[in-house]
Design a protein around this ligand. Structure first.
Ligand SMILES: N[C@@H](CCC(=O)N[C@@H](CSS)C(=O)NCC(=O)O)C(=O)O
Length: 295
């Protein structure tokens, strides 16, 4: 197993999480987030969250020592996320897109970061990942994706795996349903969840291709995402309406699909009648090999 990935038994995970939460510094603690006030309409660009009297943009990390950037690729409406330890400079990128590789690597370089893992939340059908090309440009960079994606990568992720960067980490939760290999990546303090296409803001990933299964997606979201703290920020892989962030509490209450019964959800998903993603026939084969096929 790669050294940046640690696999711990589920019973030990709680103990480890408790330890990491109790070691917070700068007068901030996970418990403190329980008191934070969410401004109304947290989705909007300019609104703020308040923690212990301090204001934060919804695109800033609230974990001390964590650098966080939300980046957008407009053709596929994909969000890429860059997270780094401010002290060690070790960084992880989530769902980078081929078209924006130069922008993303420039930012990494400008910020003096050392990118150690490029992770895909799943095998995307609508755009080509840049992880393969990034690996060519940054020797030492490791690619990661779920074992159940069927895609090649340096690291095949499983439930409970931890992707460590400096003193931070992302914990893998398997959330299949949009595809078999969908994962949600949760920050170690459970303040942020990168949900890929499993849960979108007021929506969810479609289930009509690539092993899609509406009942599986419903169970994944209810068991693996809606069980996170209600203040946990939701960062999806896409948004088609300009929304950038939500929370577990908001989606539990307001998601028009996932607040329904499982039977109603399946009916909604079976009747979306969406056109196929325009690039599906090139994206899927390419993403099965880190985005390098035919590129
Ligand atoms: N028009 C886009 C594809 C839009 C789309 O199908 N998005 C997917 C996620 S990317 S596979 C999805 O699950 N959408 C759910 C929804 O309710 O919109 C294109 O041609 O690429």
């Amino acid at each position: 197993m790669c050294s940046v990935i640690s696999r711990i038994k589920p019973v030990r995970r709680l103990v480890a999480l408790e330890r990491s939460l109790s070691s917070k510094t700068e007068g901030w603690s996970y418990a403190a987030t329980q008191n934070r006030l969410l401004c109304p309409g947290v989705n909007s660009l300019v609104e703020t969250l308040r923690v212990n009297g301090r204001s934060y943009s919804t695109t800033m990390a609230m974990t001390p020592g964590l650098l966080f950037r939300q980046l957008f690729e407009k053709e596929s409406s994909t969000y890429t996320y860059l997270l780094a330890d401010k002290d060690t400079k070790e960084a992880v990128i989530i769902d980078p897109v081929l078209e924006t590789i130069d922008r993303d690597l420039k930012l990494v370089q400008e910020l003096g970061l050392k990118l150690i893992v490029a992770v895909n939340t799943h095998c995307h059908a609508d755009h080509i990942t840049s992880t393969g090309l990034m690996k060519k440009r940054l020797p030492g960079l490791k690619s990661a994706i779920s074992k159940f994606s069927g895609a090649s990568a340096d690291i095949h992720l499983l439930e409970g795996d931890k992707i460590a960067f400096g003193r931070h980490c992302l914990v893998v939760r398997e959330t299949p349903g949009h595809t078999d290999g969908c994962t949600t990546l949760v920050s170690g303090d459970e303040s942020m969840a990168f949900t890929g296409d499993a849960l979108l803001i007021r929506g969810c990933g479609r289930t009509d291709f690539q092993q899609g299964c509406a009942t599986r997606l419903y169970d994944s979201v209810h068991q693996k995402i809606f069980t996170l703290p209600e203040e946990c920020l939701i960062y999806p892989a896409h948004d088609y309406l300009g929304q950038m962030v939500s929370t577990v509490g908001e989606e539990r209450k307001l998601n028009p699909r996932l607040t329904k019964s499982k039977e109603e959800f399946v009916d909604i998903m079976n009747n979306l009648n969406l056109p196929k993603p325009a690039k599906i026939d090139v994206s899927v084969p390419a993403n099965l090999v880190c985005g390098l096929h035919g590129v």
